[in-house]
Design a protein around this ligand. Sequence first.
Ligand code: NDP
Ligand code: 8X3
Length: 250
Amino acid sequence: MKKTALITGATSGIGEATAYKFAKHGINLVLCGRRLERLLSIKKALEMFCEVYILNFDVSNKTETLKAIESLPNPFSSIDILINNAGNAHGLDPIHLGKIEDWDAMIDINIKGLLYVSKAIIPQMTERQSGHIINIGSSAGKEVYPKGNVYCASKHAVLALTEGMRIDLNPFGIKVTAINPGLVETEFSKVRFKGNKEADKVYKGFKALQAEDIAEIIYFAVSRPAHVNIADLLVFPTAQANSVTIKKEF
Ligand code: NDP
Ligand code: 8X3
């Protein structure tokens, strides 16, 4: 039987690429995000491969999130694979200059949003005693870099939550995976720097990971046999050794 995946942050970058990858493998999709126009055009592009349903909500809004997921009609209401991908960095400032609005956004979206979505989906997985949750962490969840403070903290939290979920959901046979990329060329830096000017510099001088590279890894994780769970995976571009060591050529 065909599986159904719910992907948060499906309107761009890693989430969108994962939607395309899954669709081509016949996985039915529930695509989530705040930008409705994009959800509609991705749905249109993918409907020839699989069944697609869109949910337009902000993961940081608890009521909206729970209501949206509760509204899913059959057969989309039965989720086999949850990709907790929605998230972003907001700002890159030393802690004493950081903006409280940026901190709130990262904590509300990257941590609390992931929890709200998980809370809405996990009960059906425990009831069915099956399911796969993939949390998109980051290399920033494994090491802290200068000015990364709150973003790094939010991604460390994603890793802690992934481990906690894996332990607590173990009796139910539910797989829990963290996929932790280094630099991926998406809209991530446009959001972090609130525009293109600074963002354009981030991926210059080396070949960054592309969203499709991560989508392939996510598909690899979900397509392993039932007894195999990729627990935690760290992936860098070849030019990157850690958060601050990047071989650039100009
Ligand atoms: P993008 O900015 O391209 O995508 C972010 C996605 O998250 C968008 O679809 C956006 O949709 C969604 N999103 C953001 N805020 C909210 C919100 N409040 N409610 C619902 N959806 C939201 O970046 P990436 O694809 O790179 O990021 C995806 C994930 O990968 C993030 O968790 C990020 O932290 C992580 N990551 C990224 C890396 C990188 O270098 N790019 C490296 C490591 C991890 P919309 O705006 O339509 O709501
Ligand atoms: C995104 C990668 O290095 O910009 O999580 O934090 S980094």
